[in-house]
Design a protein around this ligand. Structure first.
Ligand code: CA
Ligand code: CA
Ligand code: CA
Length: 264
């Protein structure tokens, strides 16, 4: 009877402790017994045990099945099209990183043969090599939008499962290549090199990626909380992590790429 009640309850979505209690009560009553203090104590202990196990099981099941939401997919596709696929041919390839290198070197006045030029060249090779390893599922040397989303979905699942085991927040993990990419992006935006991004720098650099000035300024006001927050590296990184990993539509990091909404 207990088992039948439990199965029926789970099907209906009830907490297992509640189901077991209901089953025990019906057994006691149907046999003419009153519920004794001993049964009450057993029930309390059982409730505690089952609840904690049930919560953990649900967390594991939920996290291991985690899929990217439509909102996350729209954010990631926007990143793909605006900041990675620079020649707009629908895939990320080494050519796109060569274009990115050219852009930053021209904007910064770094000539071939200089230290800065060599360093950015090495950095982009590192980023592309790691991104290619993670994302190019069919090894054809290019990452399509589908591969890009699959890469993020797999990363999402892996990091959330690991976080469940370690009892940490899995939405704050990012891949190694992105760590380097965020460093590059901060250096690109901080034109004066004073360790802080201001609204003029942000508007100028974003315009190079086709972001309208008005959108860039409004986005800056949003994520800097109307200039209340200093946009230094730590805060910039935090915002970028939210952009790539968070499913929260209210996260300020959703604005860090100059986009004001993801409804279309
Ligand atoms: Ca491309
Ligand atoms: Ca591929
Ligand atoms: Ca600056």
């Amino acid at each position: 009877m207990i088992l039948a009640g439990k199965v029926r309850g789970i099907v209906l979505g009830h907490n297992p402790a509640y189901i077991i209690l209901r089953s025990m009560m019906s057994v006691s009553i149907s046999n003419g017994f009153a519920i004794s203090p001993c049964i009450t104590l057993t029930w309390l202990l059982l409730t505690f045990f089952v609840r904690s196990k049930w919560r953990k099981l649900r967390a594991i099941m939920g996290q291991s099945n985690s899929r990217l939401s439509e909102f996350q997919k729209r954010k990631l596709i926007h990143e793909f099209r605006t900041f990675f696929d620079l020649n707009k041919d629908g895939k990320i390839e080494v050519k796109d990183f060569q274009l990115a290198k050219k852009k930053i070197c021209e904007m910064s006045g770094w000539k071939p043969g200089t230290d800065k030029y060599r360093k950015i060249n090495e950095l982009f090779i590192q980023i592309w090599t790691k991104l290619d390893e993670d994302g190019d599922a069919n090894f054809d040397g290019r990452i399509t939008e589908e591969e890009w989303l699959n890469m993020w979905e797999n990363f999402n699942k892996r990091s959330l499962m690991q976080a469940t085991k370690e009892n940490t927040d899995g939405t704050k993990n990012i891949p190694d290549w992105l760590e380097k990419y965020i460093e590059y992006k901060f250096d690109l935006l901080d034109r004066t090199g004073d360790g802080e991004i201001d609204i003029e720098e942000y508007e100028y650099v974003m315009s190079e990626f086709g972001v309208p000035s008005k959108d860039a300024r409004n986005a800056f006001l949003m994520f800097s909380e109307n200039h209340e927050k200093k946009v230094d590296y730590d805060y910039f990184r935090e915002l970028c992590v939210q952009l790539y990993r968070s499913d929260d539509p209210c996260a300020l990091g959703n604005f860090i790429n100059g986009r004001l909404n993801y409804t279309d």
